[in-house]
Ligand binder design. Structure first.
Ligand SMILES: Cc1cc2nc3c(=O)[nH]c(=O)nc-3n(C[C@H](O)[C@H](O)[C@H](O)COP(=O)(O)OP(=O)(O)OC[C@H]3O[C@@H](n4cnc5c(N)ncnc54)[C@H](O)[C@@H]3O)c2cc1C
Length: 388
């Protein structure tokens, strides 16, 4: 393949920004056009449900390092269609842009569990929520993952009576039963209520919005959904979407797009970030997380420009959360049914370990060290050196 001269990036968030920086760092000197639906410069979303929600950090503090000269950024201009035969992208301002290679980094949108529900995906969303919390007395949050508990922490900090409605065993698949229970007990101690429902239904109600949990009806002045996100693929050819991955764009370990559901490679098209699902064996899995978006974007730039380096298969999964005074940084995949080894407690925090996973809880530890621990045998109750 000859090196592309005209590259178009769809999306203006973390993955797009990382790709642009990496492509230039690798010496790409051709045309780079970025179509970005949002009119802001790239920003980090993780603080939105944490420090920005509580007011500890202003929205502007989320800006990502960004070089306006690295590409032609078209802010507030979305891609509306891609023609892979003519290799043309049509933009919302009516222009048609030809490409030699394409990066899809359109991210995802929050799923809305029912009418009248707020979600947090953008700076505008969190601004609306903060505003509502100034007058609300009660908040109802529907969702079982990190985001639900982070939002609950923000609502409690705002002095709002907060209830989280989750499916059974929230967080346990990601954190393991014991660490999940620790985080939830901190939430309860801080005043959040926890209601478990196999199938909560958010619905319009005479009194506004309500959640039906069995025969009970729960109401909040503010209703917030944290029930996952769906890949933004409306502008893309239907055959690129994967039904088995909930409509996400499947990529291989080199960030190359495969036509949906295990189809062949789509020539010169790459994808990174929340819009993707990684092909793994006979299936595929989404990983809508910060470090996955960066790794996929870096890999996409390398593959597009034919530069060797680690593949996505070499990467150890990593994620983090902060809520109710608990900061958890987790590397690897927590195995089910195995009791963790817990080293330390109190002021200095603790290190939790399982075969194949390690979590630093309120403890500072370099991410590479944490990742390395996932492949080291878990010792029988010995202190672990946490320095790099
Ligand atoms: C509230 C919140 C908290 C989070 N907390 C954590 C955390 O603690 N830890 C963690 O690991 N991850 C966290 N994440 C996830 C992390 O932020 C994402 O994985 C990351 O932002 C993905 O980057 P992205 O570039 O793929 O998508 P995005 O950051 O969503 O950027 C995609 C951009 O593309 C734009 N776009 C969409 N369609 C088009 C189109 N047709 N044309 C042009 N542009 C388009 C979108 O408007 C958006 O600006 C959090 C996410 C949220 C929302």
């Amino acid at each position: 393949m000859t090196r592309p001269r005209r590259v178009i990036v769809l999306g203006g968030g973390l993955a797009a920004n990382t790709f642009v920086a990496q492509a230039r760092a690798l010496g790409f000197d051709g045309d780079l056009d970025v179509l970005a639906a949002e009119s802001r410069t790239p920003y980090a979303r993780p603080p939105l449900s944490k420090a920005v929600l509580t007011g500890a950090a202003p929205p502007e503090s989320t800006s990502l390092p960004f070089d306006p000269a690295a590409a032609r950024f078209r802010r507030g201009v979305a891609a509306v269609a891609v023609d892979p035969v003519e290799r043309l992208v049509t933009a919302s301002d009516g222009t048609a842009l030809p490409y030699d290679a394409l990066l899809v980094a359109t991210g995802s949108s929050a799923r809305v569990p029912g009418p009248g529900t707020l979600t947090v995906r953008t700076i505008d969303d969190v601004t609306v929520l903060r505003d509502r919390l100034t007058t609300a007395r009660t908040a109802l949050i529907v969702g079982s993952g990190f985001l639900a508990w982070e939002l609950a922490a923000g609502c409690v900090a705002a002095g709002v009576d907060t209830t989280v409605v989750t499916r059974p065993a929230p967080l346990a698949r990601t954190l393991g039963t014991e660490l999940a229970a620790m985080l939830i007990s901190r939430a309860r101690a801080a005043g959040a209520r926890h209601v478990v429902a196999a199938d909560p239904i958010v619905r319009a109600d005479a009194g506004g919005t309500a959640v039906a949990v069995g025969a009970s009806i729960l109401r909040g002045d503010v209703m917030i959904g944290a029930v996952g996100c769906a890949s933004n693929t409306a502008a893309l050819p239907a055959r690129w979407r994967s039904a088995r991955a909930g409509g996400a764009i499947e990529i291989d370990e080199l960030s190359r797009v495969r036509a949906g559901g295990g189809g062949g490679l789509v020539p010169d098209v790459y994808a990174a970030g929340d819009v993707t699902a990684r092909v793994l064996g006979a299936g595929s899995a989404r990983s809508p997380l910060w470090t996955a978006a960066i790794a996929q974007a870096v890999r996409a730039a390398r593959t597009m420009l034919e530069v060797d380096g680690p593949t996505l298969s070499d990467d150890v999964p990593y994620c983090w959360t902060e809520a109710f005074g608990v900061e958890i940084r987790l590397a690897g995949v927590v195995p089910s049914g195995i009791t963790p080894l817990i080293d330390g407690e109190g002021e200095g925090g603790a290190l939790w370990r399982w075969p194949g996973a390690a979590a630093a809880v309120n403890r500072t530890m370099p991410i590479p060290r944490l990742k390395r621990l996932t492949v080291e045998p878990v010792p029988a109750h010995e202190p672990v050196d946490t320095k790099d």
